[in-house]
Design a protein around this ligand. Structure first.
Ligand code: C2G
Length: 167
């Protein structure tokens, strides 16, 4: 009996506590990083399923960076141990079983959406980082462009008015 217990403890200690999450991770920002770091802190191994461009289309998203670029950025993070493609809504249960996942974690914007996975592993919803999102980053970039263009145009207009004045 004792040996068996020892065997069990030996088996459980050899299996790294595995955390799994999913996302698009476009225009990678601090909200994404904090989420991944907090998820990694919950276990020993973090697997991130990055949405493919095709699956993004199903989600109604068109990312600036391609799947390959987004996956490469995520894979380069020290807190990430494995990157896999997210190709469908339905793959989560199979991924959890295939990778012997202990915890499925995702942002609070998905709260309640994946509760059915609690039959397979612990399900956690972590608060999102406020006031940052890929949409915000896109908006800031587009505003920057228009602000910059207006600044340059104003400068040219004043030069033009000086030229006209001395003609
Ligand atoms: N996130 C966050 N704080 C933010 C923005 C995002 O914590 N300010 C989290 C999200 O809650 C999510 C992860 O970062 O857990 C990735 O966010 P997205 O790239 O927007 O991914 P999403 O579209 O939510 O994809 O099957 C699940 C989907 O693929 C999740």
């Amino acid at each position: 009996m004792t040996d068996n217990n020892n065997n069990n403890s030996a088996i459980s200690s050899s299996h790294p506590k595995t955390v799994l999450t999913y996302g698009t991770f476009d225009l990678f920002h601090i909200g994404h990083l904090k989420m991944l770091q907090r998820l990694k802190a919950m276990g020993d191994k973090l697997i991130v399923a990055v949405s493919t461009d095709e699956f993004n289309a199903l989600k109604g998203k068109r990312s600036v960076y391609s799947y390959e670029e987004r996956a490469a950025i995520i894979a380069a993070l020290s807190c990430v141990d494995l990157v896999i493609p997210e190709q469908s809504w339905e793959q989560k249960a199979q991924d959890i079983q295939q990778y012997q996942v202990d915890i499925f974690g995702i942002g609070s914007d998905w709260k309640g959406k994946f509760d059915e996975l609690a039959d397979l592993c612990q399900v956690v919803y972590l608060d999102r980082t406020p006031s940052i999102s890929t949409t915000e980053v896109k908006r800031a970039l587009s505003n920057l462009d228009s602000d910059k263009i207006k600044q340059i145009k104003d400068g040219l207009d004043s030069v033009l008015s000086i030229v006209k004045a001395i003609e």
